[in-house]
Design a protein around this ligand. Structure first.
Ligand code: ADP
Ligand code: MG
Length: 703
């Protein structure tokens, strides 16, 4: 049986309705969906290590501590061990726990399995096997290997050096099952002709498309995996660039799309600027002049507004929405999280009332009840509301706009191109077809200008330079976790002065990551460590949207003093009275991410402080934290981030999905992007009708 890209999963031999339903939860319906769902990582079957080596790596003194990437305690270890005695099974914490002692020439270790009592019978003292599992080190130094897989020496030998793909799973869908199906479909998938000729591939240093697809799922070596990834990244860029160039071809010779019905300027907008409690910074004035010109000028706006955290982008969005409303049109503001959407909604409502603005706003987020959504849909469709604020729920098919003419996305780096463009395409709805949709994307993450231009071609860029004048630069400190007591004392000083503080932990609950602070326990811990009158709240991404909003609202209104949170707080939250940010296990975050987090303070006139605590056991202050101590400049940090990450971190911190690519990362893959741009331009010169849709990047129709 041979499959094509269009073959439905349910028609693949051996796939029943139940399996098909599981895959559909992941958005996988066809053979193509399946093979384009790339592994999220790989399990590499390393050569077995000795107990002593495992211990060293585990405590961060081994070789990987010297590498730029911190040792990952979540990595499984393979150990070649002899069983030193027979197993025993007992009860603990509701489990049946089976233990064995085992050893090698460097030491001893305990092997532990949950609810597998039969192992006590099938494994015997004196046997030598390879055990592969997660390592746990106790305070007294003893080691335990948890729930290890068991291999005969010969079995492990054949696995050693191979990669096992790890797929995104859902409840009831096992990795092994995913893997089997991908292998089956790949084996029988009809091969398609590569759009790159052999000569072109050679010049570009890229493998054949079909080969790349096989290698990305089942790599034969690191080198082949990297090559495969590069090829797919190249294809993603090509597909993206082709769509951008096509859109450009619709415009006139400037490449910009003419606007047949420009808006007219309104004195209400200037009136608001005059009434604001602050004067717009020079950077804001310039950026506003750009945006106003776009909206009232002869071309449709397609603008990126780039400004560091705290530079004051939101007010510019509000001015644009106001101008739009004054012209009798709808504007939408899309945020990446519900918390942020709610914050924008609150801010807009407050200003509307305070300054008597002609804005009628409505919130639309995925977390709203069906009834509330229905009401919002009706108010949007009738034009009763002219400002629509929400999350990606804004571009779902059920939403019908009326006179939608402006789409603003906040923190755009968090959105897929597909999502943004889908919203922009909403303007094509019948009845509003003649109105062009202006697009403004706001981001604190700097995309180097050259990259932005290669990517978007016709994108205009406004750089919002400088922070509001009265801002004092944030004072930063990176310190070992053992300094926590001193930091608490300092924090108390700020709280007593009437300010508020954020504490960021990497994990939500206990046990997620060994030795890592989690929000749930931390909130308890800090409650005990600080005086009773300090009001502490906690926030995490698993909470219901309404709960999250309530916690945020309490913090914004100073009904709580300390907010212990995961990185859900990362984007855009604005509580100017918060002057302290404490980040726990700071070494676990990326440089740019820490900079974004830090941007939650230093948003008012008071001096703010950011403390990065790094975990015990880390001897030297991590490089990333040193950089953060030295500079508050987002552009410099982005550049350093690029350097630090290097090419080694293939699937690590990439920002891919955020721009709508599956694999590509415009920073790390800047060289491939440049190659792809060269290829596309040359190709279109020779073959103006060339198309390629072999990889899905986004809905090309809508860009
Ligand atoms: P970001 O660019 O990170 O989105 P915001 O728009 O949230 O920043 O602005 C941060 C804070 O600065 C807000 O409290 C906002 O009211 C305030 N702000 C904005 N512009 C100015 C200005 N020109 N002068 C003083 N404060 C300002
Ligand atoms: Mg913002």
């Amino acid at each position: 049986m041979q499959y094509t890209k269009e073959t439905k999963l349910i028609d693949v031999k051996g796939v029943g309705e139940k399996t098909a339903a599981l895959f559909s939860k992941k958005g996988i319906y066809t053979a193509e969906d399946l093979v384009r769902c790339y592994p999220r990582g790989y399990d590499y079957f390393d050569a077995p290590v000795s107990i002593e080596d495992a211990r060293r790596t585990c405590t961060g003194q081994g070789e990987s501590a010297a590498a730029s990437v911190p040792a990952n305690p979540q990595r499984p270890f393979a150990l070649r061990l002899i069983l030193l005695g027979n197993g025993s099974t007992g009860y603990g914490g509701g489990y049946r726990i089976t233990n064995f002692r085992a050893g090698d020439e460097t030491g001893q270790i305990r092997l532990t399995w949950f609810n597998m009592p039969y192992l006590a019978r099938s494994l015997h003292a004196g046997e030598t096997k390879v055990f592969r599992g997660y390592l746990k080190q106790y305070k007294n130094g003893s080691l335990q290997l948890e729930q290890p897989q068991i291999y005969s020496l010969a079995e492990y030998d054949s696995l050693q050096g191979t990669f096992q793909p790890k797929y995104p799973l859902t409840q009831g869908l096992k990795n092994a099952q995913f893997m089997r199906l991908v292998r089956k479909v790949l084996d029988q998938l009809k091969t398609e002709k590569d759009y790159l000729t052999e000569k072109e591939r050679e010049d570009l240093g890229l493998p054949e498309a079909g080969e790349a697809l096989k290698e990305i799922h089942f790599p034969h070596s690191r080198k082949l995996l990297l090559d495969a990834r590069n090829r797919i990244v190249f294809d993603e860029f090509v597909a993206f660039l082709l769509a951008v160039r096509r859109r450009k071809a619709q415009g006139d010779k400037t490449g910009r799309i003419p606007d047949p019905m420009p808006m007219t300027d309104s004195s209400v907008v200037q009136g608001l600027i005059d009434k604001l409690p602050f004067k717009l910074t020079e950077g804001q004035q310039k950026a506003w002049a750009d945006i106003r010109e776009d909206l009232t000028g002869p071309y449709v706006m397609n603008r990126l507004l780039q400004g560091d955290v705290g530079s004051g982008k939101t007010i510019l969005a509000i001015l644009a929405l106001l101008l739009c409303a004054e012209n009798g049109r709808q504007g939408a503001l899309m945020a990446p999280t519900e918390v942020l959407a709610q914050q924008h909604m609150d801010g807009v409502l407050k200003m509307t009332e305070q300054y008597g603005l002609p804005l009628r706003s409505v919130l639309l987020t995925g977390g709203m009840t069906a009834a509330a959504k229905k009401k919002a849909y009706a108010a949007i469709a009738s034009g009763e509301k002219n400002v629509i604020i929400g999350t990606h729920a804004l571009f779902q098919e059920k939403v019908v706009y009326r006179n939608l003419s402006l789409v603003i996305t906040d923190e755009q780096h968090r959105f897929g191109v597909r999502q943004r463009e889908a919203l922009a395409a909403k303007g094509d709805d019948p009845g509003t077809a003649e109105l062009p949709v202006h697009v403004l994307v706001m981001s604190a993450t700097p995309i180097p200008r050259t990259l932005a231009i290669i990517l978007y071609g016709d994108l205009q860029v406004s750089q919002l330079k400088g922070l509001p004048a009265e801002r004092l630069p944030i004072k930063n400190l990176a310190a070992p976790a053992s300094d926590r007591g001193k930091i608490y004392k300092f924090m108390m000083g700020q709280l007593r002065a009437g300010h508020q503080a954020y504490v960021i932990c990497p994990a939500v609950e206990e046990g997620e990551l060994e030795g890592i602070e989690n929000v749930t326990d931390y909130a308890e811990k800090i409650r005990k460590a600080l005086p009773e009158d300090i009001r502490i709240a906690s926030l995490n991404g698993r909470m219901k949207p309404a709960e999250k909003s309530a916690v945020m609202a309490d913090f914004a209104a100073h009904r709580t003093d300390i907010l212990v949170s995961t990185t859900v707080i990362e984007v855009g939250i604005n509580v100017p009275n918060a002057t302290v940010m404490l980040v726990e296990n700071a070494e676990r975050f990326g440089l740019s991410q820490l900079h974004q987090l830090r941007g939650r303070v230093g948003r008012g006139a008071d001096q703010s402080y950011c403390v990065f605590l790094y975990s015990e056991g880390i001897a030297e202050k991590p490089k990333r934290l040193q950089i953060l101590e030295k500079t508050n400049d987002g552009f410099e940090i982005a550049e350093q981030d690029l350097k630090l990450r290097g090419p080694g971190d293939v699937f690590g911190t990439r920002q891919s999905g955020e721009l709508g690519f599956e694999l590509a990362d415009i920073y790390e893959d800047a060289r491939i992007l440049t190659k792809a741009a060269g290829y596309v331009d040359e190709k279109l010169r020779r073959e103006p009708d060339f198309t390629f849709e072999g990889v899905k990047v986004f809905d090309a129709r809508s860009i």
